[in-house]
Design a protein. Structure first.
Length: 285
């Protein structure tokens, strides 16, 4: 069902045009000969002829009809996610919130430019207890050529991360410790942290997209002087890595995560007790 009319008014509320259309024709009736603005939710590209009071139609009317048809036939957009939640991407089989083989997730809600994803001590501690011995967890931003077949052995870094950057968390069963680092194209940058389980409560990290969308900054730390929500990249004393200006103008990027395990490990990975939500996103400080 098409709308019966689109009315055009000036700033004083005087009707200048009414536009009606059916399946074959668009009908325009002019009322006044003054300048006007469109009083509608539709931004219509038009040209006004001040001498005759007519609109020069041509391509403008074709655009108008296509816009109205699109409004009446397109499906409504689904609402955007308001906070981060785990969403499984495969290829492993998900049973409830548990997997037993290497697989991918994303966080439903993307990371926008000017925003920072905060990995709190609570998140990292919960991750340690749920990821299992001799297993790896990677988190970063999704590259355009990502697909869920980009899997590898637990000790190798999978592909599919924007700019080749990710944070890696590895649970070392022999040391009862979490080893975590910033990885760029499969290589550790600026060393790594080897944190005993008793000290994991002070570890933290972040991933951010700068305001102009041209730089990705990553940071990890085991120092109480760094606050993942408020310490700027410049003032971060822990390990950090930046892409510098890559001129990509990102407005948002999906956040992806990958879990894998050693071949002789028989445990599972359960996301149910790893909390990540609205409090894990802040403006870039």
């Amino acid at each position: 069902m098409y709308p019966t009319a689109l009315n055009v008014y000036d700033a004083s509320g005087n009707k200048h045009l009414d536009i009606k259309h059916d399946d074959d024709y668009i009908h325009i009736h002019s009322h006044l000969n003054t300048n006007f603005h469109i009083n509608s939710d539709i931004n219509i590209p038009t040209k006004y002829d001040g001498e005759t009071g007519f609109i020069n139609i041509a391509e403008e009317l074709k655009i108008l009809k296509n816009m109205i048809n699109s409004i009446n036939t397109s499906e409504p957009e689904p609402p955007e996610a308001t906070e981060f939640t785990w969403s499984h991407l495969g290829p492993a089989v998900l049973t409830g919130t548990t997997v037993s083989n290497k697989t991918w997730w994303d966080l439903d809600k993307p990371l926008y430019d000017g925003k920072r994803l905060v990995l709190t001590p609570t998140f990292i501690t919960q991750l340690y207890y749920e990821m299992g011995d001799w297993s790896d967890f990677h988190i970063g931003l999704k590259a355009d050529d990502w697909n869920n077949t980009s899997v590898s052995n637990y000790s190798s870094a999978p592909y599919g991360y924007e700019a080749g950057l990710k944070l890696r968390f590895y649970r070392n069963a022999s040391l009862n410790a979490m080893i975590f680092s910033i990885m760029y194209n499969g290589t550790q940058q600026n060393g790594f942290y080897n944190v005993p389980i008793g000290n994991i409560g002070i570890t933290k990290g972040f991933i951010e997209i700068t305001d102009n969308g041209n730089r990705l900054n990553f940071g990890i730390s085991d120092s109480s002087s760094d606050n993942a929500s408020t310490t700027s990249y410049t003032n971060w004393t822990g390990k950090k890595y930046t892409t510098f200006d890559i001129q990509r103008n990102f407005t948002s990027k999906d956040i992806i995560m990958y879990w894998s395990k050693a071949g002789n490990y028989t445990g599972v990975f359960n996301t149910a007790n790893i909390a990540i939500g609205a409090s894990n996103e802040v403006d870039v400080p």
